[in-house]
Ligand binder design. Structure first.
Ligand SMILES: NC(=O)c1ccc[n+]([C@@H]2O[C@H](COP(=O)([O-])OP(=O)(O)OC[C@H]3O[C@@H](n4cnc5c(N)ncnc54)[C@H](O)[C@@H]3O)[C@@H](O)[C@H]2O)c1
Length: 247
């Protein structure tokens, strides 16, 4: 078990629905939580509601220089991050022919590049200290080809899973696990804003559990993956989809 002073986590996309649920769960586990997001105001509001454990950090994770400078500042002022949750993500439903160069880069730069920059910053310290947990928020889309999600999003999440496997293999002998979570249809603006009522209704008919996923339920999986209970699980992408897809 790690001593409390070393319990520091970083969550990207912390101002979002899933990110904020995860940040709250980590704070409840006794972690100081660095809340990273590109939007400042909701980040400050979230930090205020979590209290002393929260450290808001407005940052665009697409920018490797900005990520490096922010991580150096964290290292100097707070210490090393032992739990990294790469949760920030943007969605696009465009299929191949309608995916522009800009759209491809916009999705890949957040969903994949940002996670890579942060893993590169914090994995060496985790390996040195022989303990660490990386959790990447992937998606069911990468297994199904994207039921409603588009080409860039689906490809970005497939690549994020492969990044998870690569890190898991490299880091396992050093006491560091890397896993992913593949949720489907969490009740967030990605559902309510991007899918029509008709699409939502048709989807619910296909989800055996008969409802959309609560953000808190994904945060519970993060909680499990960072706990001592899961030390032998690495390189795994855990499904949480209400039975929509079984493999
Ligand atoms: N909602 C779903 O049903 C669903 C399903 C599968 C996977 N996911 C994944 O879960 C994760 C969280 O999704 P959510 O539903 O909570 O979405 P959300 O839109 O509520 O949160 C995403 C957050 O990422 C932040 N972000 C975007 N670009 C950024 C950047 N460049 N730098 C820093 N932060 C940035 C946004 O500001 C936002 O706060 C995403 O990776 C998403 O792909 C969601």
């Amino acid at each position: 078990m790690m001593p409390d002073k070393e319990k520091m986590a970083l969550v990207t996309g912390a101002a979002g629905v899933l990110g904020s649920a995860t940040a709250r769960a980590l704070a409840a586990e006794g972690y100081r939580v660095i809340l990273v997001d590109i939007v400042k105001k909701p980040l400050d509001e979230l930090a205020g509601s979590i209290g002393d454990a929260a450290i808001p950090l407005p940052l665009d994770i697409r920018n490797p220089q900005a990520v490096a400078e922010a991580c150096d500042a964290i290292r100097n002022n707070q210490g090393e991050v032992s739990v990294l949750v790469n949760n920030a993500g943007v969605l696009s439903n465009e299929k191949l022919a309608d995916t522009t160069d800009d759209e491809w880069r916009r999705i890949l730069s957040v969903n994949l590049d940002g996670a890579f920059y942060l893993c590169r910053q914090w994995l060496p310290g985790m390996k040195r200290r022989h303990w660490g947990r990386i959790v990447n928020i992937c998606s069911l889309a990468m297994k199904t080809g994207g039921l409603t999600a588009g080409t860039a999003y689906t490809a970005s999440k497939g690549a994020l899973s492969a990044l998870t496997f690569s890190i898991a293999r490299e880091a396992a002998p050093h006491g560091v696990t890397a896993n992913g979570i593949a949720p489907a249809y969490i009740l967030t603006p990605m559902i309510t804003d991007y899918l029509s009522d008709d699409q939502q209704h048709r989807l619910l008919e296909q989800i055996p559990v008969g409802r959309f996923c609560e953000a808190k339920e994904v945060a519970n999986v993060v909680r499990f993956l960072i706990s001592p209970l899961s030390g032998f699980i690495t390189g795994e992408i855990i499904d949480i989809n209400g039975g929509l897809h079984m493999d």
